[in-house]
Each structure stands twice: as C-alpha cells, then as structure tokens.
Design a protein around this ligand. Sequence first.
Ligand code: ADP
Ligand code: MG
Length: 389
Amino acid sequence: MAGASVKVAVRVRPFSARESSRQAKCVIQMRGNTTCITNPKLPKDGTKHFTFDYSYWSHTSEEDPNFASQRRVYQDIGEEMLAHAFEGYNVCILAYGQTGAGKSYTMMGRQEPGQRGIIPQLCEDLFARVAREGSPELSFSVEVSYLEIYCERVRDLLNPKSRGGLRVREHPLLGPYVQDLSRLAVASFADIADLMDSGNKARTVAATNMNETSSRSHAVFSIVFSQRRQDPLSELATEKVSRISLVDLAGSERADASGAKGIRLKEGANINKSLTTLGKVISALAEATSKKKKPEFIPYRDSVLTWLLKENLGGNSRTAMIAALSPGRLQLRGDAEHAAVRGPHEADPLPRGDQRGPERAADPRAAPGGDAAQGAAQRPGKRKKSSQS
Ligand SMILES: Nc1ncnc2c1ncn2[C@@H]1O[C@H](COP(=O)(O)OP(=O)(O)O)[C@@H](O)[C@H]1O
Ligand SMILES: [Mg+2]
C-alpha cells in the first residue's frame, strides 16, 4: 500500500430539531474534499477552506446529489480498512468531535435501514467475506471485546460485573493489553450484533449542561481477526492476526464550556488529556511518515487511550480519523486537542488536492445540540503478522 497511514475525514450532520426550531444557520459548506467555514461573527475573516481526504456533506438528505450517506462513509473508509485487515494490518478508525456532533451516529448509527454506522457495516462485511473466502486451506476466527475508558479507568462493556479499574499491562511481544478483559469468539454477524447491543447499553452516560446524555467516555470496540492458512502440500500452517479497533472518542468540548464542576471537571481534564495525547501521537506518527524516518518519541504512555491503541496507531497499522462537525454556530478556538485532527502539515498552504495523511483540521467547535450515542473500539490482543503489499 502506498501512501500515508492516516486518513482524515470530516462530516457535518443535519440540524437537530432544536437547531431547526431556532433557525440555526449552517456555517459549513463542502465541495469535493474541501470544507469551507464561515464564521458569521467575523465576516471580515472571510471563508476558510480546509482540505481533507474526505469532506462528507451529511447535512441534507438522500435527494441531494452531494449527500453523504452512512453507506458512502462506510464504502470510503470502512471498506478500505477492512481490506487492510484482510492483508494482515492492524487498523483503527476513530471518531472525534464535540458531544452531539455525530460521532456515535457515524460509528454505530441507528438500527433503521440505511442508518447503520461503520461498526455494524464493517462486521457484516467481514463475515460476508469470511463466508466467501473460507476453504479447507483457509480458516478464520473472530474475537470481540468492547471496553470503555472513563477518567483513565478501563471498564469491560461485555462483562456486566465489571465496574471499571481493569489493569492495563504490557506483554513483551504483543504490546499493551487489558488484564481480565473479555474477549469473546463470534461466529456470525448476529453474534457480534448482540454483543454490540449489550455493550452499548452498558456505556457510561452522564448529564452535563451541554447535553443530557453526553458520552463522557471513550468507547473502543475491538475485533481480533485471525486468518489461518494450511498449505496442503507441506502441511505448514501460517497465521495472520490483525486487530481492528473502532473508537468513539469522548466529546472534545472543553470542560469550561459545559459549566463543569467537580467530577465533571475532572472528567473534562481526563478527556482532554487523552485527546491531547492522541493528537500528539498522531502528529508524531504522521510526521515520521511524511519525512520517511523513524519517529523519535511517541508519547503513547501519557494516556490509557493511546497506550491501549499503541499497536493500532503505530508501526504497520492503518488509521482513519473522522471528525464530526455540528453545522451551527462555531466556537473557533485553538484548543490543543484539535491537533488530534490537525495533523502535522498545518504550515502547508491550503487547500491542497490529493493530500494524504492528517491535514489541518477545520476543527470547528460546533454548537451544542443533539444527543449522544455510543462508540466503539480498541483492544489488545495477539500479535499481527503483517503481510505487506
Ligand atoms: N449524519 C447524521 N445524519 C442524521 N442524524 C445524525 C447524523 N449525525 C448525528 N445525527 C443525530 O444527531 C444526534 C447527535 O449525534 P451523536 O452521534 O449522538 O453525537 P455524538 O456521539 O458525537 O455525541 C443524534 O440524535 C444522531 O442520531
Ligand atoms: Mg456519542
């Protein structure tokens, strides 16, 4: 595979009922892979243009020829990542953005036809491909775990008894992992869909002023996918293991913006810490990729999130980040966490076509609105043996 290991997309959602009733104005426009943002408070600043690998216009509906549906987002990003997993790479898809911006919708979506997000579509596709390609020589196994990180503590979403506080350890060969985390073997999409449902129900949600059911935790849905090939002549078996981590990050709003106090403020600090660290990790990796050299130091250990995702972000893995944007009023602030989507090329002139790798992000901090849903994944596991292509 040529090209950078990080793809960046942005996606703008429709107005919520509340925004519509207040006649909110959409401050974002998209053309091709370019996102244009106009800050109505600062018309002098003009419109800012940002180019990403993908700019998804999901503000309207199917009738609009420019509309980006759940299917479209999956076909661009999910299919590519699934293909990499079949090649033996570890892959990671992260959804980033403020609470209510559409992270959970993008990752999990809703049950109704056409509304399912990347995670269920990817799982369904995975089993369809396994069914097509399985043979006496080639067998597959799929294991799933689902965890949440809340205030730097890990909780197993597939174990109803888990109250959080699982220990994160490091295996000398396999990297960081969560001790005692359930890892369940699944044989069909129906199995995985059941686990997804029960995990989603177990997620921590807490009310803040920003959003009543905002998700204050990172959710990591992980699939450990093994392909075992038995050579009929030599009888030698080879195994390729890839880990697919699908992550619904906690809301990126600043603690102060949501009137947070006490525990909420602590939550905010922890969330910012992991998002800031994630930004640094991705920047360091992308910089190393663009300069074709080994990264010097990558601060994986600075947050539980990045530590657990180490094998999914660095080395021979493939990462996609989708920044969810609310269409309404912007709070254009220079938060450090935005580095998470900004990537290393901020100094480059904008916009550029055909760029790869994390680009500077539009990072509109969107207005509050909407409700929260859930997210997805990550996990420790076996070692990938990557087959390069
Ligand atoms: N692209 C979209 N199309 C339709 N509805 C969306 C879209 N994105 C988000 N929503 C709706 O907006 C609300 C907030 O989205 P959600 O995914 O829960 O935000 P987040 O997880 O970022 O907090 C939900 O009701 C969700 O169904
Ligand atoms: Mg959510």
